[in-house]
Design a protein around this ligand. Structure first.
Ligand code: ADP
Length: 666
């Protein structure tokens, strides 16, 4: 087969950027594809060429097979890399690429088909002698049959979408009474996320670990595995932090799991990168599924093996042999990957959208950041809200873990709610530090991030820094006005604090978001960007330096302050202080009481309305279900009370912020 000269990446975000980086290193030209929502996205900026696919919705752009293939043909690309998600495990896409005379950087379509259905692949693995979790993966799908099997297996059971991925369409059921709702909800989610309502039911293995093996095959019949990754740290069956190797792994078990994984790959004549996922309970492991693509968490394997898996994919796709044999591979050190998302862990991991007005990553040795987003970019409602993957490599687990914690604390974000504090909290939690986590651990902690929030109460230094930032901005703004004015040398536009009357006295009014206390910092300007500040009862000497640093009472500090709208975030070693800038003369700044409306937290579709107008409900009771960003979100009663009015109906598409239910607390 011919070498690849130009590669189209049928994906977006961090994975598109990551694939491009290797392609570029190999001298391969890159073509990006994009939707209208992504026209200025990082992956588009990085590519040699870029082609528009369609509107923002994935179904009209990234999932349009014909458009992707047309883009490859029109740019003269000879191969297509699917990334993960989107069309990566779509056998029809692989076929269409081949029919167009192009190379698919992935396994043969038949291998995707064989592994695409969790239920069919289980039958196949059963034949290949790979151990399975007890369960039902048959074709009868009526609620009655599924309920009977579930009862036969014995609670707790796991209801899973056969076509599932990313933990969607999956429900743990602990008692018979919850079965019907779970089956119906999972069917709906499976249908809307994967276009296939088929379910399977498994024994739920409580306290198991998720350990998966990276495998690789080539077209010459060679297979290797690249050891395991432990992805037990999950929330709602979605991976949060992954690591390699798996803690506590013995050589014997590693070999057994590696062999089982290679057998699974061989059973479907696998070619390229794949991952065989197992649940590990004690020393027993059970196959759960094979992912026929590059995984999100592949960087931890790259870190400990020193291999570039995308390079391997491109070599194999051009007909080459695997670059190494099993015996050439070994593990060096330990690696972690944390998935940074725009989401609110305290609100059921509700995805967040908006602009990342401030985004700074750690820039230290041993840290790798894979991202598709830069400061000023936004997270749209159309796709997975991942911001970045923070990957670290250390000499051993302890070393890697402290690098991870340092990298997370040095990540500064403002403008949007993220799971950053949550990641840092989890990675510092004793259970995780001691590697005692199982797949259900996080979900048993409620609410998950309480106590991990790193917003700290106002202290004098942070207040002084915030005030200096505001004063400095006012100066810059005045300078800009002066430059635009007819007389740039007019004393009215002097920016060094000089004022005719009172030598540049300025007041900065701030409110600490923790206790909403109004705080005043008074500044008197002296020469050279120096200020005498009065912060509460204290006097503080402050100076703003040209490089963005400040000197506070003689101590020079590198500071990072984000100012978005009326919100100021001052980052420090232990977290951040957040202040609201306000004008005491402006009474309209007072919050308006929004009454008892329950509004849509994001644009989406109302799939279920559980109550009628006039219904009396208990706190926490589900009122309706909204489907947005491919997930179901339950809108629950905030207190005991009455639903006085319903403002939506099932099937309705709703905008962000519109009232759905008018609610009156008892
Ligand atoms: P997806 O394809 O949606 O990621 P998987 O089948 O890979 O779904 O499972 C995802 C996660 O769900 C696993 O890592 C594990 O935590 C949990 N899980 C899956 N099957 C079981 C089971 N039988 N018992 C307990 N946990 C399970």
């Amino acid at each position: 087969m011919a070498a690849i000269r130009k590669l189209l990446i049928a994906n977006r975000g961090e994975i598109a950027c990551r694939v491009m980086a290797t392609a570029r290193e190999m001298g391969i030209k890159t073509v990006a594809v994009y939707s209208d929502a992504d026209q200025d996205a990082r992956h588009v900026r990085l590519a040699d060429e870029a082609v528009r696919l369609g509107p923002g919705a994935a179904s009209e752009s990234y999932l349009k097979v014909e458009n992707v293939i047309a883009a490859a043909l029109s740019t003269g690309a000879d191969a297509i890399h699917p990334g993960y998600g989107f069309l990566s495990e779509n056998a029809g896409f692989a076929d269409a690429i081949e029919d167009a005379g192009l190379i698919f950087v992935g396994p043969p379509a038949d291998a995707i088909r064989a592994m695409g259905s969790k239920s069919a692949s289980k039958s196949l693995m059963e034949k290949a002698g790979v151990p399975l979790v007890p369960g039902y993966h048959g074709s009868k799908q009526d609620t009655k049959t599924l309920s009977t099997v579930a009862e036969d297996i014995g609670f707790p059971v796991l209801v899973k979408a056969s076509a599932g991925g990313g933990g969607k369409g999956m429900r743990v059921v602990r008692k018979k009474a919850d079965l019907k709702d779970a089956i119906e909800g999972a069917k709906r989610e499976a249908q809307s996320s994967f276009g296939d309502p088929k379910l399977m039911i498994e024994k739920y293995l409580a306290k198991a670990r998720h350990v998966e093996v990276q495998v690789f095959g080539d077209t010459h019949g060679n297979y290797v595995h690249l050891f395991e990754r432990d992805c037990s740290l999950q929330r709602r069956h979605q991976k949060v932090i992954e690591e390699a190797p798996a803690p506590g792994m013995t050589e014997k078990l590693r070999q057994a799991m590696g062999e089982a994984a290679v057998n699974a790959a061989r059973a479907v004549d696998y070619v390229g990168a794949g991952t065989v996922e197992f649940l590990l309970s004690g020393r027993d492991f059970y196959f759960i599924e094979m992912n026929t693509r590059l995984q999100v968490e592949h960087p931890v394997t790259e870190a400990i093996t020193g291999q570039d898996l995308v390079r391997w994919q491109l070599l194999v796709a051009s007909g080459g042999e695997l670059p190494v044999k099993q015996d050439d591979l070994s593990i060096s050190g330990h690696a972690f990957e944390a998935r940074l998302y725009a989401e609110d862990p305290d609100k059921g991991y509700l995805p967040q959208t908006g602009t990342l007005s401030h985004l700074k990553f750690a820039d230290t040795p041993g840290v790798r950041i894979d991202t598709g987003i830069e400061e000023g970019d936004s997270v749209s409602v159309h796709y997975d809200p991942m911001i970045a993957k923070i990957i670290v490599h250390g000499a051993d687990r302890d070393d890697a873990l402290s690098k991870l914690q340092a990298a997370l604390s040095k990540t500064h974000i403002a403008g949007i709610e993220t799971n950053l504090d949550f990641l840092l909290g989890v990675s510092s939690d004793e259970t995780f530090v001691k590697a005692k986590v199982d797949t259900g651990w996080l979900d048993r902690m409620k609410p998950p991030s309480l106590g991990w929030r790193r917003v700290t109460p106002a202290d004098e230094t942070s207040l002084a820094i915030a005030a200096l930032a505001v004063i400095n901005e006012r100066g810059v703004a005045a300078q800009a006005r002066a430059a635009r004015s007819g007389d740039p040398h007019s004393p009215w536009f002097r920016t060094d604090g000089w004022r005719l009357i009172d030598r540049g006295h300025q007041d900065v009014f701030l409110r600490d978001i923790i206790d909403d206390e109004p705080l005043l910092v008074t500044a008197k300007a002296r020469a050279g960007h120096c200020y005498d500040l009065i912060v509460g009862e204290e006097r503080v000497a402050g100076q703003v330096l040209d490089d963005g640093g400040v000197i506070i009472d003689g101590v020079r500090m590198n500071v990072d302050v984000a100012h978005t709208g009326d919100r100021l975030t001052v980052f420090h070693d232990d977290g951040r202080c957040v202040f609201l800038l306000f004008d005491p003369a402006d009474v309209s700044a007072d919050e308006v009481d929004s009454g008892g409306d329950l509004t849509a937290p994001m644009p989406g579709k109302v799939t279920h309305v559980h109550v009628k107008a006039g219904a009396k409900v208990k706190r926490g009771e589900s009122l309706l279900v909204l489907e947005a960003m491919k997930m179901e979100h339950t809108i629950a009663a905030p207190a005991d009370g009455t639903v006085t009015e319903l403002r939506c109906k099932a099937g309705e598409q709703v905008e962000d912020g519109v009232p759905l239910v008018i609610f009156e607390p008892a």
